[in-house]
Design a protein around this ligand. Structure first.
Ligand code: PDD
Length: 274
């Protein structure tokens, strides 16, 4: 089953109008929530971010956060999802094509579940990343359906036998195509400040809390590629990638990956999802 507004229907029953603004303009927002053992992880944080994205785009949600939470929890149970994700999005709905916000459209919420294993092997061995210019717009803090810059970056990674592409804007390393990026230097975790140039990840938030708990400084500070090459450790984070060590950056191999701080974060993360 899937959720469409407040109705549970089969995927075949759902239809999207050709003038849905999400379909025509990418005029909408989304979230991806991890489900571990049937339980959504950090659901409230995702809902807060979803509401914020909606507000930034003057998009009214068809259901309240409480109702979305209830319906999606029911969807997870209905589909008997144990380990996987819930994807949900809201578009501004159907209106005659015109760039400006319509005054008479009703926003459309859809949600579906998908089974997905945790990326165990990559969490242990680490991944290769490549770097690429950040060509995205200047409101990367909004989790919008407009993902062309992100998908072009990810394709660049695939074309270069890498798992993720980390983006650089004006010499400053921002974030991955679908993840936040971190380096560890002299016992401190460094990551780009949560401003309009990155998405403020929920996993990033979890990492910040873990770092605080285990006494590792979490520093939000800009850094460049040279500093990345000089770092002791590097990792990316996301709902689906969790805390994923990096073992190669472009042509440079990082020995001893995952490093001790990345490992410590991973261990604490494990405790939270159990
Ligand atoms: N991506 N930055 C970008 C650009 C992202 O798309 C994501 C998440 C993150 C990490 O956010 P979080 O920890 O809340 O997942 C950072 C999701 C998973 C996706 O698009 O599939």
């Amino acid at each position: 089953m899937i959720l469409m507004n407040d109705q549970f229907i089969t995927r075949g029953e759902a239809h999207i109008d050709i003038e849905d603004r999400g379909y025509q303009f990418g005029d909408g927002i989304y979230e991806v929530v991890r489900v571990y053992d049937g339980k959504p992880f950090r659901f409230d944080d995702h809902l807060i971010r979803f509401e914020r994205s909606a507000k930034e785009l003057s998009l009214s949600l068809p259901l309240s956060s409480e109702e979305i939470k209830l319906k999606i929890t029911q969807l997870i149970e209905m589909n008997n999802l144990q380990n996987g994700i819930v994807y949900f999005q809201t578009t501004r709905g159907v209106a005659t094509r015109n760039h400006a916000f319509p005054t008479d459209s009703t926003s459309v919420l859809t949600a579906y579940t998908k089974e997905m294993n945790r990326p165990y092997e990559k969490l242990q061995k680490g991944i290769k990343i490549v770097t690429i210019e950040d060509i995205r717009w200047l409101r990367c803090d909004i989790k919008s359906l407009n993902l062309l810059g992100n998908i072009m970056a990810k394709q660049y990674a695939v074309d270069h036998q890498a798992y993720e592409a980390v983006q650089i804007r004006d010499n400053i390393v921002t974030e991955g195509s679908s993840s936040n990026f971190f380096i560890v230097k002299d016992g401190k975790i460094l990551t780009h400040p949560a401003n309009n140039f990155i998405l403020k990840g929920i996993t990033r938030l979890v990492i910040e809390k873990i770092a605080d708990k285990i006494g590792i400084p979490f520093v939000e500070k800009e850094f460049n590629l040279k500093q990345v090459y000089q770092a002791d450790e590097a990792f990316v984070s996301s709902t689906t990638m969790e805390i994923m060590p990096i073992n190669q950056i472009n042509d440079k191999t990082i020995t001893n990956s995952p490093g001790s701080i990345t490992k410590a974060l991973q261990e604490e993360f494990e405790k939270l999802i159990k």
